[in-house]
Design a protein around this ligand. Structure first.
Ligand code: BGC
Length: 772
């Protein structure tokens, strides 16, 4: 297979604004949802002088870090979970004559880097100069396989420019918890733990390690093989050093201009409980070997590239008329696909698998900002991500009970293993909206896929148990002369306010959560004992319906705005325009209480409701909400701008919508928040996709219909994307005045554009609309 390189799919070093080492390490990461590898300098990844943050991150492989509190109250989590930074598989040691990259400072210059997003291949050229001025080019190619999620491939070519001498190449990873000299005071960055242990597994003909964690009691096996099946490679031999550590080495005589290749395939195992990892390591190793035996770098790369091709075929978003943003969009989709867990045991860390920012935790970012992309384009991955929530439901139920609630599930605000991991509960655990966010995502998945089996066996239970949480946490109160259901003392999505009463977003989502639980309880009322298995009674369903109908939604009648929370109007406005730029993000420069007592938003909060529940809102309502909240929003969270772009598009603020969208879509590639060095902003990348689909294409999808009301930026000639809907696949092409939809597979469905419904079927596989 030969894939033509299309320029729009290449991320070329020359085209990047920043060439900062840490930034490049993030941008040029390769990953596949099981693991991610930062793009370290391969010769210096293990050197104390190296100003980088190299490493391999495995989704779900973490250790605990004890949280030390000044005053520890009951129920505060004892431990934080932090994703582990493992050995850097890019690391290589090269000796030239009497000089050794391990001990002498080899100067490594980036000459070229290119990430081919079509195939997932990272191609790099370094110019390496030794202290005694020997110079050689080092070409490195690497990829994380999408066809075998355990496989990572790396290939080095050494080309001397000015010496004829013996070269020795050593590939050995005899360290763990490699020194990382990059330190950061940013509270969003987590520090390394250093609690792993790495044991060499006795000789099986190739270097293999068992890496175990001390506190979380997890174990993982990593092994790698050198490939010797091709000429003109010098013989690579397997050896053991004086410390009984295993590796590969090769010595050969190098001449200027000659090129020698060394290729390695790593098999990065699955996570096992420590006891099993110790007991069955031989067995696990044998099955890992199967992934890398009798194969080559090239054939694994080809197989993986084919999966990338299929990905682009179904998930690409093509923008005609905006090449710069087109590239960012592709980069974002590429990163999302590299980050998503696919094993039902993991989700998508807020920083993908590109760093340990935010501890490697999963937040609402997955369900609200990233999942829609997967649900519409790769529903099987969306299901796996939701299954992670199903498999941790029991923990969430235990957490609710420990918390003192009689019933229901309380999902953690941030987690890796299903347990709460937020040490700052005010902006963490108190974000109970996570429960309803997950229920919302389950419903959205079901609406789009109509996956009855999922709803029946897993989805309904998630919706039910999260709905039960609201019945326990909320209560009735007399307000405005009426008996209303209130949910007090919660933190909404906006983290510049905390522990408020009746957060609008939370209450609307809880209301929907309760309605869904009741709706599906009715749906399953005759279903062989399902309701009795889950102990659902008519009375409980009735109570949920009543609470949903009586949900208190604070509203300012004078200003006609939805109130972010009860009494929000009493807070003074913070004049953000007068604050010096150096003080942003405010969370790093103000005491939280300074922020909490003002009208100031870190991110879209009430506006999120207008985005997620567009129905029933007049244009005037959307406008007054947006015009009230946007000016008090700092967008200090990267999740904010894309959402504002959607509402701005809907209310006709075209330029503002485009500006917000372009900033959101460039978040990482252009390092908009100046912290991409710590990892990508996966939620923001997903939100940018939402900006296109829900903003510019104007998609509205609910249980009743699927519709579009495009608001295409004036400079775009057309926008093209595909989506799965009710078991069909459609292609949408949106021009400035018209929309064309093609049925690609499936039996067809009704689609509405600008209020005009048309049917697509085998007889009518193409429909056109004029929408302006
Ligand atoms: C945002 C949260 C988000 C988290 C992880 C925070 O800055 O306020 O909404 O879940 O980052 O991305």
């Amino acid at each position: 297979m030969r894939i033509e390189q299309s320029p729009e799919f290449q991320i070329h070093l020359q085209n990047l604004r920043s060439k900062e080492q840490l930034f490049l390490e993030t941008i040029y990461n390769v990953g596949n949802g099981h693991f991610g590898v930062r793009d370290s300098n391969p010769l210096q990844g293990n050197s104390p002088d190296y100003i980088g943050s190299p490493g391999l991150f495995i989704n779900g492989f973490f250790d605990y870090k004890e949280v030390s509190y000044g005053e520890k109250y009951r129920g505060y989590p004892d431990n934080n979970q932090v994703i582990n930074r493992l050995l850097d598989p890019r690391f290589i040691r090269i000796k030239v004559g009497n000089e050794d990259s391990l001990t002498d400072h080899f100067r490594v210059e980036n000459i070229d880097k290119n990430l081919d997003m079509q195939t997932g291949l990272l191609h790099e050229l370094f110019s390496v100069t030794t202290p005694e001025n020997r110079n050689f080019n080092l070409v490195v190619e690497s990829f994380a396989s999408l066809s075998k999620l355990n496989v990572y491939g790396i290939k080095y070519a050494i080309i001397p420019t000015n010496f004829s001498e013996e070269v020795e190449v050593i590939k050995m990873h005899d360290y763990v918890n490699q020194s990382v000299h990059h330190q950061d005071d940013d509270i969003r960055v987590s520090q390394d733990l250093g609690q792993m242990q790495m044991d060499f597994i006795p000789d099986n003909g190739q270097p293999s390690y068992l890496v175990t964690t001390f506190r979380s009691q997890q174990g993982i096996i990593i092994t790698y093989q050198a490939n010797e099946n091709f000429a003109p490679n010098p013989k690579i031999e397997y050896f053991m050093d004086e410390n009984h550590h295993y590796g590969y080495r090769s010595k050969y005589f190098a001449k200027p201009g000659s090129s020698k290749d060394f290729e390695f395939l790593f098999a990065i195992g699955d996570i096992h409980p420590l006891v099993n990892a110790n007991m069955y390591s031989d067995q696990y190793l044998a099955s890992l070997d199967n992934f890398i035996n009798d194969t080559t770098f090239k054939s694994e790369l080809m197989a993986s590239a084919q999966v990338w091709q299929t990905f682009w075929l179904h998930s690409d978003v093509e923008i005609d008329g905006d090449p710069a943003l087109q590239q960012c969009v592709r980069f974002n989709l590429f990163e999302l696909n590299q980050s998503a867990g696919r094993d039902e045991k993991t989700s998508i860390p807020a920083k993908g698998l590109t760093g340990n920012g935010y501890g490697g935790h999963f937040f609402w970012d997955t369900e609200i900002f990233m999942l829609p992309f997967f649900t519409y384009t790769q529903p099987e991955i969306a299901k796996e991500l939701l299954m992670f929530r199903y498999h941790t439901l029991q923990i969430a139920k235990e957490q609710a009970s420990d918390f003192g609630l009689g019933k229901g599930a309380m999902y953690p605000w941030r987690t890796i293993n299903g347990f709460e991991s937020s040490a700052y509960w005010l902006a963490g655990q108190a974000q109970f909206h996570i429960n309803a966010d997950i229920a919302f995502a389950v419903e959205q998945y079901y609406e789009i896929t109509r996956d009855e089996d999922f709803l029946r066996h897993y989805g309904f239970e998630i919706i039910l148990e999260t709905a039960r949480f609201w019945m326990e946490y909320g209560n009735y109160a007399e307000l405005d002369g009426k008996r209303q259901f209130v949910i007090n003392r919660v933190t909404g999505p906006d983290e510049y306010s905390a522990l408020v009463d009746n957060n609008y977003y939370t209450n609307v989502l809880a209301q929907s959560n309760l309605q869904l639980a009741a709706k599906y309880a009715h749906k399953y009322k005759d279903d062989d004992g399902m309701l009795s298995r889950l102990n659902v009674t008519d009375e409980e369903v009735h109570d949920m319906e009543e609470a949903a109908a009586a949900m208190y939604l604070p509203y300012d009648k004078e200003k006609n705005v939805k109130l972010q929370f009860q009494n929000f109007e009493q807070l003074p406005k913070m004049d953000i325009a007068s604050i010096d730029q150096s003080m942003f993000p405010l969370l790093l420069n103000y005491h939280p209480l300074m922020l909490y007592r003002h009208q100031v938003n870190k991110q879209a909060d009430t506006v999120m409701v207008d985005f997620m529940f567009p129905e029933g809102n007049t244009l005037a309502q959307l406008k007054s909400d947006y015009e009230f909240y946007e000016p008090i929003t700092t967008h200090d969270s990267s999740l904010s701008k894309a959402i504002c772009a959607i509402i701005a598009a809907r209310i006709g603020k075209d330029q503002q919508s485009y500006d917000f969208f372009s900033q959101a879509v460039q978040t990482d590639l252009m390092d908009v928040h100046h912290n991409t060095k710590n990892g990508i902003h996966a939620g923001s990348l997903g939100a940018a996709w939402e900006g296109i689909i829900y903003g510019f294409a104007g998609v509205v999808n609910n249980a009743k219909s699927f519709s579009l009301q495009p608001h295409l930026p004036v400079t775009w000639n057309c926008l093209k994307f595909k989506m799965h809907l009710y078991g069909n696949e459609f292609q949408f092409i949106i021009y400035q005045d018209t929309v064309e939809v093609d049925l690609i597979s499936g039996k067809g469905a009704d689609i509405t554009v600008a209020n005009e419904k048309k049917q697509l079927s085998h007889q009518n596989p193409k429909q056109m609309w004029t929408y302006k």
